[in-house]
Design a protein around this ligand. Structure first.
Ligand SMILES: [Zn+2]
Length: 132
């Protein structure tokens, strides 16, 4: 049984456990109240420690940034799109970059399609470069 004293008039009640958390009216003064006891109120779950996650990600990015030489492959591919061979040069492959720089415009001028193909190959090559 739950013992409860009315906050309004001080009248003492007893309730069975299954009435806990439900509303009741005071038999003495008529004030409506919630019967205490029973299941505890649902505890708001503590916020997950999200603060640690961005920090860890930042550290990972930091390390990754330092282990990767030169520019990213995506940036190299974009550079190669505008200037054939520039991406390869930025990746440290100067010889291949110079070759693409000469061959791609040459291919465009003379054969159009082979120039386009050579250009696309150099872009894909820059994008998929695995490093030295
Ligand atoms: Zn009362």
């Amino acid at each position: 049984m739950i013992n409860f004293k009315c906050r309004n008039c001080g009248f003492d009640f007893q309730f069975s456990e299954d009435k806990a958390g439900k509303k009741a009216k005071c038999r003495n003064c008529g004030k409506v109240f919630v019967i205490p006891g029973g299941k505890p109120e649902p505890v708001v779950p503590a916020e997950p420690p999200i603060a640690a996650t961005p920090q860890a990600a930042a550290v990972t990015t930091h390390v990754h940034h330092h282990t990767q030489e030169g520019i990213g492959n995506g940036a190299a591919a974009i550079l190669t799109f505008f200037v054939p061979g520039l991406g390869q040069m930025c990746q440290g492959r100067v010889g291949l970059g110079v070759a693409a720089l000469i061959l791609v415009p040459f291919g465009y001028l003379l054969f159009i399609v082979p120039g386009l193909v050579a250009h696309l190959i150099s872009i894909v090559d820059a994008a998929t470069y695995k490093g030295r």
